[in-house]
Ligand binder design. Structure first.
Ligand code: ZN
Length: 317
């Protein structure tokens, strides 16, 4: 006889990564601990790949890795057995500018790398006043893009978009992009690592510049790039009702500001990923606070959210 358990939220232990451009906020403001020396740049909060396989922190599945759950407990996710875990959720603390890059779409990545392409989106957690991100380019066609890349005309090539705390930006495959110094953000992306670096500010790592991939970048970059209204979504101040930020073939993303008590009526027929981004409170009696990340199993409805906190929710498509 198959045992029936009550479904529970599955809290994961994040994996920290040191980065040359990283800052100190993942330790000082998020309380993440790591034996890594130097500055941390990325927290891989919900990750299931060979670079980081998050471990369950507590409960029935404690000690299991996400990859094991994915294989052994398909009913949590509502997935087909042959698929890979589709998403990757990170917190990024950029003290310096990150390299300017572009990702391919699924078709190109499959053909050239045997993997998925990469759609990603950013929720701005903190940033300096007058912060700008690099999104898109000014090139009208591939010839112009190639010429400007060859000549290093970066300032005129890269399109800059002003952002402030609470803004949400979707970065489609084929869009040139970069996170800039001082920005802290939550990144939700396809579980893929195919990145073509266009420009790295002529920095050296271990005495050498990091590899660039301008040929591939030229192939996958969409030109001309048009700024669309939905490229930057300003989150509003609504409380206790989720604000939908993105609907794509990959996932749906919401932000939910809890103040007092509410319930989440989101039940998406698939699993969701929750991240507490600000404050603290309780979910169905379980205490949660900033920096916690969890899987909401398929069919689990969060009945009671209490406290003062902001949660990001992602439902796999
Ligand atoms: Zn990227």
């Amino acid at each position: 006889m198959v045992k029936k358990y009550k479904k529970e939220l599955i809290f994961l232990k994040p994996v920290l990564k040191s980065r040359i451009w990283g800052g100190c906020r993942l330790r000082t403001e998020w309380g993440y601990e790591s034996n890594l020396s130097g500055e941390l740049g990325e927290c891989w909060a919900v990750s299931c790949n060979d670079q980081a396989d998050c471990e369950v922190a507590e409960g029935r599945y404690r000690g299991k890795h996400l990859s094991e759950l994915w294989e052994e407990e398909p009913e949590i996710f509502g997935k087909r057995k042959d698929e890979e875990f589709p998403l990757l959720v990170k917190i990024i603390d950029a003290k310096e500018d990150l390299s300017v890059q572009v990702h391919p779409d699924d078709a190109y990545a499959k053909k050239h790398c045997g993997s998925k392409g990469k759609w990603e989106c950013w929720y701005i957690l903190d940033c300096p006043e007058n912060a700008e991100l690099i999104i898109g380019s000014s090139a009208h066609n591939k010839e112009e893009l190639a010429q400007k890349m060859k000549d290093g005309e970066w300032a005129s090539l890269f399109n800059r978009v002003p952002v402030k705390k609470g803004d949400f930006i979707a970065v489609e495959p084929g869009t040139i992009h970069a996170i800039t110094a001082g920005v802290e953000l939550l990144e939700v992306q396809q579980n893929s690592d195919v990145t073509y670096r266009i420009y790295d500010y002529d920095r050296l790592q271990g005495g050498k510049p990091r590899e660039l991939h301008q040929k591939e970048a030229l192939e996958v970059t969409h030109v001309p790039y048009y700024v669309k209204d939905e490229d930057v979504v300003h989150t509003d101040n609504r409380e206790n009702t989720p604000q939908l930020l993105a609907v794509t073939e990959i996932c749906r993303v919401w932000t939910l500001k809890v103040n007092g008590e509410t319930r989440s009526d989101l039940s998406e027929g698939t699993f969701m990923i929750g991240s507490v981004l600000e404050g603290s409170g309780k979910i169905d009696g379980r205490e949660v606070e900033k920096g916690m990340h969890f899987i909401v199993p398929k069919g689990y409805v969060m009945e009671k959210l209490e406290g003062k906190m902001r949660i990001n929710l992602v439902a796999s498509a």
